[in-house]
Design a protein around this ligand. Sequence first.
Ligand code: CA
Ligand code: CA
Length: 433
Amino acid sequence: MSTHGAFISQRPPAGRIRFIPHLVALVSFGLCADTAHADLSELFAPPTADEVAAVEADWAARNPVVEGWMVEAEGVSPEGYCIKVVSHVVDGYRHYGAVRYPLEYEPGTGGCFAVLISCHGGSRGIGLQSFNTFDEMVSTNGTKENYIILLPSYRGESLNAGPLGQYLSEGEPSPGDRDADDVIAMLDGVLANIPEADVRRVVVYGASRGGEVAQHVGIREPRVRTAVSLFTACDCFLPSLQEKAENILYHGAPSHGVIRSIMAEVVYPWYEGEITTAEGRYQLLLRSPLYFAHRYAQPWPRFQLHHGALDLATSVEHSDRLDDLLTGLGASAPGYEYFRYPEGTHTIGSLPGAPERIAHLLCDVMELNPGDLNCDGAVDFGDIHGFWLALKFGESTYVEHYPECNWFNADCNNDRQVNFYDIVQFKVLLGIN
Ligand SMILES: [Ca+2]
Ligand SMILES: [Ca+2]
């Protein structure tokens, strides 16, 4: 569902002109006459199919499987949650994250809980207070008490676990790229080592930098069936970003938001000849999940997108373009929803209704029990009739017979569609391989 409303396009204020000393020096000595690197259009031209395929091949070869899983520390929060600091090795680096168990969790007594991965924004690491921030946002319907919540750090940054210690994840920072590898590896470790974590119900959530990570994980990781992304960049080839880069490079315009990191990590190194055009474009493409939107269909996770139209750090143009692409591919509610906030900026507090929408989605996922078509809580032969109805006759006929049950429990292979591809996984759930 799109909530496009009346919106008057706004450009960022011109602000104070700030010249960048080393570039001023380059201009003074005429070095920017390097015509091979003077035209930013070769850097920002839309990516080709071959370039997209090369990134997909890169992802396929990474295989971020967890190794060396450890519980570093554990304790109970003042609210009564069991919290563990865990670590694992990915790409040869030890990586840290925090796991919070649901209030209902009791060690050794089993249970089956949905999993929420909370991907943080910014570049200052994470702390356990992020759990509280999240609780405040989704305080309305009991979801916070029923999810196993994962709080991954990204490589090269810290996890402040308060009384449980301070940790620094190894490796060089890799925003927009290896962040997603770290998150996928942590999920892998949780699913392998925490039997109460339900692989059928995994949600990834993030805002700003974390929103981009959430999109990457939703695209790359088939075990993630639901993704929520807020005000993030997803197309670093936007002509408006090229224009900003030119204004910064040649006219000393101020730099903030997403363009600041693109300048530092791609445009300046490219301009100064430290990386080739192909390398620069590859870096831009890694940060542009929009060009991999076709992968949402294989399989398609449930996806909720939020963006404020007055966001000066990351233009709403990013999400508008992604929305155009996804709806063009056939995405529609309830599997896909885009919420666009005419007065929204770069904070969740400026997006009225967003917390309730996210909480509602989390509640939906929490209440799923894939394979349980007669909604008695168990998955067994008593569900075959309902599964057959859902598959053969569709949602309306199924709901006539099972008005209290959830049609999407027939989606056994986690692609948010009910069709013959679900039969194999339904048989697995019944134990009749
Ligand atoms: Ca059942
Ligand atoms: Ca399915």
